[in-house]
Design a protein around this ligand. Sequence first.
Ligand SMILES: Nc1ncnc2c1ncn2[C@@H]1O[C@H](COP(=O)(O)OP(=O)(O)OP(=O)(O)O)[C@@H](O)[C@H]1O
Length: 310
Amino acid sequence: MQVLFIVNEAAGNGKGKRVWLQLQQQLTITYQVAFTEYEGHGKEIAKQWAQQQQEHMLLVVVGGDGTIHEVVSGVVHNKYVIIGVVRAGSGNDFARFFPSFQHARQIEAYVRTTMANTQMDAGIIQLGDKWNEIFVNNAGIGFDAYVTKSINTSRLKFYLNKIGLGKLSYAVAVMRGLFRFERFDVTIRSGEQEWQFQQAWFVAMSNQPYFGGGMKISPAAKADDGLVDITIVHGISRIKLLLVFITVFFEKHTKFKEITFLQGQHFDMSVRAHQVDCHTDGNYVGVVNQGIPIHCTVQQNAWQVIAKDA
Ligand SMILES: Nc1ncnc2c1ncn2[C@@H]1O[C@H](COP(=O)(O)OP(=O)(O)OP(=O)(O)O)[C@@H](O)[C@H]1O
């Protein structure tokens, strides 16, 4: 049984490196390892390995949600690759929903026994004819993507990680963004139905419930139901949005009339705004302009993850 580790040493501001060093000392099975060196490298490595497979292999990602996104993007629709994860990121939303490995012994036991795995859905987002991306956890347009962009482009996350407060980086970026972000109008269609939302903060498209490092934004989302869950936060003041973010941690945000939850297989959207940011699994994608068609759908049985009790 082939085992490949794809390690992002930079994930979690160096946690990837620390986690890998510890794993490496404990592993006694035969394995191969590849280290990501730049953005998009995880997808390239995973794709190259997936193409060569004739039988099941275990691909263990040591990293955070961004690295997992890249790796799964490289193996979608390959029936041989089973994804395992050792969490080493900052937010780790993947590991809050999907099964993951806690230590080397567990990985070894898995490889030596059943290699039991479960088929999962992949969300798909198309932005005009420019981008066609999958998402494992969630994709978003609006405030969450704006916050992602500002975390990526500021040194904030780095410094907070240094003092052991990395988990706060999302919250701090949210606070800053609250006063700078420009809300937008959005139209969403699914089949014959159409919804108009004014002054939207964001549209989150979810494959699983968690986003932003533990916020259960789409409580009903399941990654194996063939559906995408959409959460729209709209027509709400800056202060009330803050309240929403606090209540999300306790799953009380479902009570707000300004939060709409939709569920379906296909959604078409268009924004009325000069530009709105987009992310997939916390990786910044780019800007959507007025008139650009956005299509969101889901593909069932798109990839395999280790089974829950593996
Ligand atoms: N060697 C590298 N140096 C710097 N960045 C890298 C390297 N290899 C990969 N990357 C990029 O690092 C980004 C962040 O990684 P990742 O998301 O795994 O960690 P994180 O942001 O700390 O965790 P999380 O997304 O769970 O909060 C990835 O999107 C990837 O493109």
